[in-house]
Design a binder for this molecule. Structure first.
Ligand code: TYD
Ligand code: MG
Length: 461
């Protein structure tokens, strides 16, 4: 009867199959399906109750206070949490291996424990000595937090029930296992089962639990969507390996904004906060360079200026190369198609390389116009003035659409010494008030006008 007690689960998307298949029918991934034992009752599940308890229903209007928050004192971290940690909440901190997840978690726990908060750090990946070494490097070896190397969830919950900690860090969820499940740590069933038990403990005891999770090459936390919907807050730690800057981004937050970011710099003594990052990703130089454009973006509640670099070169290939770092390749394809079709620029015969300087990754559609400007400038070999910024969204018809918070973008650029801007001519209905900035504005209604602006009037097109 082995067949009826086994399930075949795709490790990439979590889909269940009746038999082993080489390719998951749900997500199309190859060799991702592994055999796992069928789900069994987890320890403490349903608490042995034979019959369900009758619920009392409440009205929506009740005297519920806003949740009290635990402020870590690391301002960039508290900003991403939405003003501090909420007791009883579960967080998932994801990121590539080596990006600094253990470091930021240990720094937060050490800082909190010095302020009298009871913190426990459970390491399943590193031995106690390694964590101690890291703490020494961070200058936090005197912080009174509880440290243990453990991977068995049953032991962990038993210890936590006796200990009564305020904050528990699990590093990482992929190393934790439930002994009631047959499959290996890191498989979908184990990640789901162990995550569920730990989160249930957090909710029952009012403990804050932070699960650290590694991201797979596709950018999903392994055991992926399963954990994301079980926790209250999902944070991603991102950054390019070769750069020292790290961005902590909230992609889901039941207790705060989701588009907020925290900026850190990796130093030889841990992660330092970067409280004013607006000019961080700018590679300022004084001469004009073709293909380089400064984009005035908004990240969360903060304006940030970023440099977008494009290189458009004639291609010898049948299918020209498109390489993007820091932006969505689908969006680049769209901007290229619009330039090709609506503006008559022969982008399809060119290789295109696009890069966001400093290892930042831009998500805003407002960068469309800046990308288009960088592409046109590189193709035309005509630089844009180095004291100019660009922002605006581009539609499929070649129209340039207004974007949110235009005033904030302009005033930040003004503060940093920029004197001109290429902006959408249409105003968004929400902020129809006149522009008070002293910038030299070039308002553009459709992409063709941008092409004319960069090429000038000498008809080289
Ligand atoms: P780590 O927190 O172990 O990453 P993760 O838990 O996400 O896998 O960080 C590892 C990297 O950070 C490693 O390459 C060394 C570097 N690092 C520093 O540069 N300075 C420091 O003070 C620390 C603790 C780590
Ligand atoms: Mg780690």
């Amino acid at each position: 009867m082995a067949a009826s007690t086994s399930l075949f689960i795709c490790q990439a998307c979590g889909a269940e199959h009746r038999k082993w298949v080489g390719r998951c029918e749900s997500c199309g991934e190859w060799n991702s399906v592994t055999e796992e034992a069928a789900k069994q009752a987890a320890p403490g599940g349903l608490k042995g109750a034979k019959r369900g308890r009758k619920l009392t229903f409440e009205s929506l209007s009740g005297a519920s206070e806003p949740p009290p928050r635990l402020v870590t004192g690391i301002a960039e971290l508290d900003r991403v949490f939405g003003g501090g940690l909420v007791p009883g909440s579960a967080l998932l901190l994801g990121g590539d291996p080596g990006i600094g997840k253990s470091t930021i978690a240990l720094q937060a726990a050490a800082t909190l424990s010095k302020a009298g908060v009871r913190c426990v750090y459970l390491s399943g990946e590193e031995a106690i000595d390694q964590v101690r070494l890291r703490a020494r490097r961070l200058g936090q070896e005197t912080a009174p937090l509880g440290l243990a190397a453990a991977t068995n969830v049953r032991d962990i919950i038993a210890s936590l029930s006796a200990e009564r900690a305020d904050l528990v860090i699990i590093d990482s969820i992929q190393t934790m296992y439930l002994d009631s499940l047959d499959s290996a740590p890191g498989t979908v069933s184990q990640v789901r089962g162990a995550g569920q038990e730990l989160i249930r403990h957090a909710k029952e005891s009012g403990t804050i639990i932070m699960l650290i999770g590694h991201v797979t090459k596709e950018g999903q936390i392994a055991g992926p969507k399963l954990l994301e919907h079980m926790v209250d807050t999902v944070l991603y730690f991102e950054g390019e390996r070769g750069h020292q800057f790290r961005i902590l981004r909230a992609v889901k937050n039941r207790f705060g904004p989701t588009d907020e970011i925290g900026v850190f710099e990796m130093t030889d003594h841990g992660l330092d906060e970067v409280p004013n990052p607006s000019a961080l990703f700018l590679d300022r130089r004084d001469e004009d360079v073709a293909g380089t454009v400064v984009f005035a973006g908004i990240e969360g509640s903060r304006p940030m200026l970023m440099e977008i670099q494009a290189l458009v070169a004639p291609s010898a290939l049948g299918t020209p190369r498109r390489a993007v770092v820091g932006w969505d390749s689908g969006r680049l394809a769209m901007v290229l198609a619009v330039l090709d079709t609506r503006c008559g620029l022969a982008m399809s015969g060119h290789d295109v390389y696009l890069n966001v300087a400093g290892g930042f990754s831009i998500r805003e559609p407002a960068a469309d116009l800046a990308v288009a400007a960088a592409l046109i400038s590189s193709l035309a070999a005509r630089p844009l003035p180095h004291d100019g910024i660009v922002f605006g969204e581009v539609g499929l018809a070649g129209e340039v659409r207004p974007v949110s918070q235009a005033e904030a973008r302009l005033s930040e650029a003004g503060k940093l010494g920029f004197g001109r801007a290429i902006v959408p001519s249409r105003k968004s209905s929400k902020n129809a008030k006149p522009t008070a900035s002293t910038m030299n504005l070039n308002a553009i209604g459709e992409l063709g006008a941008l092409v004319d602006l960069i090429y000038g009037n000498d008809g080289r097109r």
